[in-house]
Ligand binder design. Structure first.
Ligand SMILES: Nc1ncnc2c1ncn2[C@@H]1O[C@H](COP(=O)(O)OP(=O)(O)OP(=O)(O)O)[C@@H](O)[C@H]1O
Ligand SMILES: *[C@@H]1O[C@H](CO)[C@@H](O)[C@H](O)[C@H]1NC(C)=O
Ligand SMILES: *[C@@H]1O[C@H](CO)[C@@H](O)[C@H](O)[C@H]1NC(C)=O
Ligand SMILES: *[C@@H]1O[C@H](CO)[C@@H](O)[C@H](O)[C@H]1NC(C)=O
Ligand SMILES: *[C@@H]1O[C@H](CO)[C@@H](O)[C@H](O)[C@H]1NC(C)=O
Ligand SMILES: *[C@@H]1O[C@H](CO)[C@@H](O)[C@H](O)[C@H]1NC(C)=O
Length: 662
């Protein structure tokens, strides 16, 4: 018989072996330079391992001895005895989990192209499974439990005839020679193991034995099954291995293989076998296969998160900064600092809200200085440069009756102004509080009035240029920790002046504080400030708002009301009842009369702030108001459209020219 050809085994400890009809054996110690017929995922690794599957899921791989063998001496004879031995190893990326397994197979063909992977082990498919025409005999080393093939567990050895439903199977293990006790083996432990398949032609008995690599072949086989392979195998037949993976990343290796007809397969010298990849390397591949993807995913997520955070941070703290602002550098605050100072502009830090925006209390991170941050929304960029220049120049103004402007910050559509924090809040809170709440006594009120007058005088006359406040009112008068009145918000109204179209002059200020000529011409002057200051004087003394609606929704103008009492000679009746009569009558009357004088519709009647200071300090006697001068009704003036102070002035016949400021 010429089936068993010499097999060239050259390097890597491979031994020359011959198989003949008389039992010339086949022996592979590693598979380098061998001529196996392989398909699918099967390959020979550089180290000489036969790698049936390479870790890719749902794949199959086959490796066959290239030449057909004859299992019978004569054509119609019985299948003679044969013996197989092989060393295998199963590796996986997952601890103690692999799919599906490998099988030694004797089959009429090497063509398994129509077989399926997964639980079919690359041996059959759904249609062909169990078909007697398959003519295959296989010993499966199965690491998955396939219910459809009545597998006993996920770690078993089975004898398969034409069918994946094993005719006999057993959990992987061996019987110890000495004790005859069963020793479990884990097929996918990653360790190399040896399998022996012996067929006794006479007894028609198939023995399957498995043992750890370091063990001699156990005497008692794991499985011993009587089955006549003469009814199964065809002539000729091929011997080889089939293997498949399922959903789990697995690698099936064969390290060595021997085969012999009519005698025991040559003993495999396990010391000469190629080594399975070191387990340290496999865990590394586990690392690569599990931890690396997870790590990569994690780092991508982390990096994404960082990028998003940075972007959000950039957006959150984004500012508008232009070249011309560099000169104002020292007055510029970073938005980040202001953001942290106000704890992210939280509502709980809101001090109040005005016509320009909300005001937040904050503590500057660097200096721990208490500040009030005013958020002013603005749309127009026009005039912004001039305004900032003014803000910065105003920032240089220091007066004990002015709220110190510390600096600014600019964002898209938003301007932030940073002021000294005034711990006692704004004056209006004390004037228009609930009946029971603490108010200011007369001395305090008079002190505040003098302070504000001094502050306004400074703005109008003492500072290097004339600064018009434009929005004097009780809510813009703040009280510091010593209850000094301080004028806040000065110059801010300019923002709106700059921002608006010059053609349609928009008047900034608050109803009741607006001088008539400011309404008609839109031009602010120190005397328009004096007008507002006059209203403020009346407000503080009377504890009434400059314009209030009575119960019948009739507008009541404070100036008119005080004027009315002045004419009737009952000026003291206008003094705030919350003072309960405890006040200096002379001072109160002085303030009320001064208030009327300052709030006069005619600019020429109004005193300038220098004079106001002198009146308040009693350095100069207040001029007696004449009834002719005081014959006006602010309400009528306010309601009259296109009011012209000159017309009115001449019609009444008083005043000569406008007493300008500076
Ligand atoms: N520097 C500050 N220190 C303490 N509280 C302040 C300070 N500035 C403003 N506030 C508080 O914030 C409130 C709102 O101030 P804001 O000046 O914006 O409003 P307003 O004066 O009522 O109106 P407008 O914006 O029209 O002048 C004030 O009433 C005051 O209570
Ligand atoms: C390998 O086997 C094939 C047939 O399967 C044969 O054609 C080829 O010549 C063989 N090569 C060697 C080097 O033996
Ligand atoms: C393997 O068998 C299939 C049919 O099952 C056939 O189509 C294919 O050509 C065969 N391959 C070889 C290499 O003979
Ligand atoms: C062997 O495995 C079986 C089930 O797989 C288990 O019940 C038994 O305890 C194991 N025996 C040993 C000695 O590990
Ligand atoms: C199979 O094993 C039994 C012992 O269980 C033994 O008697 C028999 O000779 C073995 N057959 C072969 C072919 O090795
Ligand atoms: C098998 O080998 C034995 C000797 O070991 C021999 O007597 C017998 O004839 C052989 N059988 C066949 C079928 O070659």
């Amino acid at each position: 018989m010429k089936f068993f050809l010499p097999c060239l085994l050259v390097s890597f400890g491979l031994h020359l072996a011959t198989i003949s009809a008389d039992g010339n054996p086949l022996l592979y110690l590693g598979f380098s330079s061998t001529n196996l017929s392989m398909d699918g995922t099967a390959t020979i690794t550089p180290s000489g391992l036969l790698e049936l599957t390479n870790g890719i899921v749902n794949r199959k791989g086959h490796a066959f001895y290239p030449d057909p063998l004859s299992f019978r001496k004569s054509h119609n004879g019985k299948v003679q005895s044969f013996s197989v031995s092989f060393v295998f190893g199963i590796r996986s990326s997952y601890l103690s989990m692999t799919q599906h397994g490998l099988a030694f197979v004797v089959a009429p063909s090497k063509n398994f192209s129509d077989a399926l992977a997964n639980q079919y082990l690359g041996l059959t498919n759904t249609v062909k499974n169990g078909n007697p025409k398959n003519h295959f005999f296989a010993v499966e080393l199965d690491t998955a439990l396939s219910i459809e093939f009545k597998d006993i567990d996920a770690n078993h050895v089975g004898i398969n005839i034409n069918d994946l439903n094993s005719i006999e199977s057993s959990s992987a293990g061996y019987y110890d020679d000495k004790s005859d006790s069963f020793q479990n083996l884990s097929l996918n432990s990653g360790d190399a193991m040896q399998v022996w398949v012996d067929y006794g032609g006479e007894a028609k008995q198939i023995n399957v034995t498995i043992a750890p690599l370091e063990k001699e072949k156990p005497v008692r086989p794991l499985i011993s099954k009587t089955h006549d392979l003469s009814m199964v195998l065809q002539e000729p037949a091929y011997i080889g291995f089939s293997s498949s993976t399922g959903a789990v990343n697995s690698r099936h290796y064969v390290l060595g293989w021997s085969f012999s007809m009519n005698r025991s397969a040559p003993k495999i010298d396990t010391t000469k076998l190629p080594k399975l990849p070191p387990k340290g390397q496999k865990p590394q591949s586990k690392l690569l296969d599990i931890i690396l993807p997870i790590g990569t995913a994690t780092s991508i997520i982390v990096m994404g998160a960082i990028i998003i955070l940075l972007l959000r941070r950039r957006l959150r703290y984004a500012e508008l900064k232009e070249d011309w602002e560099t000169e104002f550098g020292p007055h510029r605050f970073s938005y980040k600092d202001l953001y942290h100072a106000t704890e992210g502009f939280q509502n709980k830090n809101i001090l109040g809200a005005g016509g320009f925006g909300k005001v937040y209390k904050g503590i500057l991170p660097s200096s721990k200085l208490n500040v009030a941050v005013k958020r002013v929304s603005h749309e127009s960029r026009q005039g912004m440069k001039e305004f900032i220049a003014e803000v910065v120049s105003i920032g240089r103004i220091r007066h004990r009756n002015l709220v110190q402007l510390l600096g600014y910050c600019r964002r898209k559509g938003e301007l932030l102004l940073v002021y000294d924090y005034m711990s006692n809040g704004s004056l209006d809170n004390y004037l228009y509080c609930e009946e029971n709440n603490p108010t200011l006594n007369w001395a305090q009120r008079f002190w505040v009035i003098k302070g504000i007058a001094s502050g306004l005088l400074y703005l109008h006359e003492k500072w290097e240029k004339v600064v018009i406040h434009r929005d004097i009112k009780a809510s813009n008068v703040l009280l510091d920790s010593e209850m000094n009145g301080r004028l806040g918000d000065f110059g801010l109204a300019r923002l709106y002046d700059h921002g608006t179209d010059l053609q349609t002059t928009h008047v900034v200020g608050t109803m009741g504080y607006l001088a008539p000529e400011l309404v008609s011409t839109g031009k602010a002057s120190p005397l328009t400030d004096v007008f507002a200051f006059g209203t403020f004087l009346l407000e503080v003394t009377c504890g009434k708002r400059p314009v209030s609606n009575d119960t019948d929704y009739n507008q009541e103008v404070l100036v008119d009301w005080v004027l009315e009492h002045w004419r009737k000679g009952s000026l003291t009746e206008t003094v705030d009842t919350r003072l309960r009569g405890y006040y200096n009558v002379d001072e109160a009357c002085l303030v009320l009369k001064l208030g009327l004088l300052c709030s006069h519709p005619f600019t020429n009647v109004r005193p300038n702030m220098h004079k106001v200071m002198q009146y308040l300090d009693c350095d100069l006697p207040l001029p007696e108001l004449t009834h002719a001068e005081m014959s006006f009704s602010m309400l009528t003036l306010m309601q009259g459209e296109g009011f012209d102070p000159y017309t009115l002035s001449s019609s009444i016949g008083t005043g000569s020219g406008i007493s300008g400021g500076r």
